[in-house]
Design a protein around this ligand. Structure first.
Ligand SMILES: [Zn+2]
Ligand SMILES: [Zn+2]
Length: 409
């Protein structure tokens, strides 16, 4: 076609009429191109791995982004303080993610070698914040790994970095993906993304947008939270710094990331993160968002957020449940997002483990995902009293329920 619609719209219309006649006799060159078949086009998937039992596990809560005194710009935040605070608010796990650039990648002889880095009751993940020119990412690992190898390749091509991530067997996660120190690497290297950084929920809109784009492109990427807290409460007034006020507004648990783990072990926490059985709440006492689907509509839920099933063309019933402390009688608004677009808005009335259901039929060919966010009355967090105003009405968010996502992507 010589004439382009955008430059010659009227002539184009005439041409179509003429072409309609001509193409009955003369093959149009564009026809030859239309035989192209993309080898990447959606096709019928083979059988997917079975869905793990949805009752066989334990909900564990924690924070995946905290800085101790081993990060140069933090203040009044020794590891022992982080651990004892975490336990005091009922946390099950924490990953202390100090910046690695202050110690040239040698996290093993700093954060992890600190005599305070131990606990009988709090699960401590091994990790660090990969702090590079192209942005920040957190590593989550159940055991020590050679972080210096990751630090060494920080400025290399993504293909080099991806190979190291694979060799180390670590879960790499994109931090605060938009704005300053955005994650400037390929998302093919990461298993999760920080969709909720710090108590200031309103700052996360672009992170959510990036998450939806990655999900829509077929990447099964877990959304998680992280307070990114750097500053603890000073022991005595003379130890206060200009940033000490932050300890009362953003600290461990703002937000809180819940994982449905098969056991109370660091490995099970990392596995749950990778698998996406995860939701994020404004603080440790806020309701936990649980998101389930009933595939055969027998009234019994068959899968939960993070799970991936084949769509069979039949309607599916979805359930959004709030566990923990809801305000009796208060209204919670559930926003359902389907494939990156607003799909539905539902109401839940606070009470004893309230829930709401909706129904939809996922497409049999191609991918579909659903995720939810819940807004409602803020839950008091007396230990970090300034956080409530910063989180506003944001209560929590779920990870997606997936249909027809290719596990070999
Ligand atoms: Zn950072
Ligand atoms: Zn950080």
């Amino acid at each position: 076609m010589i004439f382009h619609k955008r430059t010659f719209p009227r002539i184009h219309v005439l041409c179509i009429g003429l072409l309609g006649i001509l193409t009955t006799v003369i093959p149009h060159p564009a026809r030859a191109q239309s035989t192209h078949v993309s080898p990447w086009a959606p096709t019928e998937l083979g059988p997917l791995p079975p869905i793990a039992p949805i009752t066989n596990g334990v909900w564990l809560k924690g924070d995946l982004h905290v800085h101790s005194r081993h990060s140069k710009e933090s203040s009044n935040n020794p590891i022992a303080k982080i651990i004892s605070f975490s336990l005091s608010v009922g946390m099950d796990y924490v990953c202390i993610t100090d910046h690695d650039n202050h110690v040239e990648g040698d996290v093993a002889h700093n954060t992890w070698a600190d005599p305070e880095f131990k606990s009988d009751s709090l699960l401590l993940l091994y990790g660090a914040e990969w702090t590079t020119t192209r942005g920040h990412g957190n590593v989550f690992s159940a055991r020590p790994y050679d972080h210096q190898r990751l630090y060494d390749v920080r400025d290399q091509r993504d293909i080099v970095i991806g190979a190291i991530v694979k060799e180390l067997g670590i879960h790499l996660s994109a931090n605060h993906p938009s704005g300053k120190d955005h994650f400037g690497y390929s998302y093919d290297m990461v298993r999760s993304i920080e969709v909720w950084n710090s108590a200031i929920w309103s700052r996360n809109a672009n992170a959510i947008m990036i998450w939806d784009d990655m999900l829509s492109s077929g990447r099964k990427l877990t959304g998680r939270g992280g307070s990114d807290a750097h500053h603890g409460t000073p022991e005595t007034p003379d130890k206060a710094t200009k940033n000490s006020y932050q300890a009362k507004a953003n600290y461990v648990g703002t937000p809180t990331t819940w994982v449905f783990a098969t056991a109370r072990t660091p490995q099970a926490v990392v596995d749950a993160l990778t698998n996406g059985r995860v939701s994020v709440s404004a603080n440790p006492f806020a309701p936990r968002v649980e998101f389930y689907a009933d595939l055969d509509r027998d009234g019994k839920m068959d899968m939960m957020m993070g799970d991936n099933a084949k769509a069979n063309g039949k309607p599916v019933t979805f359930r959004v449940q709030l566990s923990g402390n809801t305000v009796p009688g208060a209204t919670y608004t559930v926003k359902v997002v389907k494939n990156g677009d607003d799909f539905d808005s539902l109401k839940i009335t606070g009470g004893n483990t309230p829930f709401v259901e909706f129904t939809d039929t996922p497409a049999t060919l191609g991918r579909t995902y659903y995720r939810v966010t819940v807004e409602g009355p803020p839950t008091p967090y007396p230990q970090v009293p300034g956080s409530m105003a910063l989180s506003g009405n944001m209560v929590g968010l779920s990870n997606p329920i997936y249909f027809n996502f290719d596990p070999n992507f």
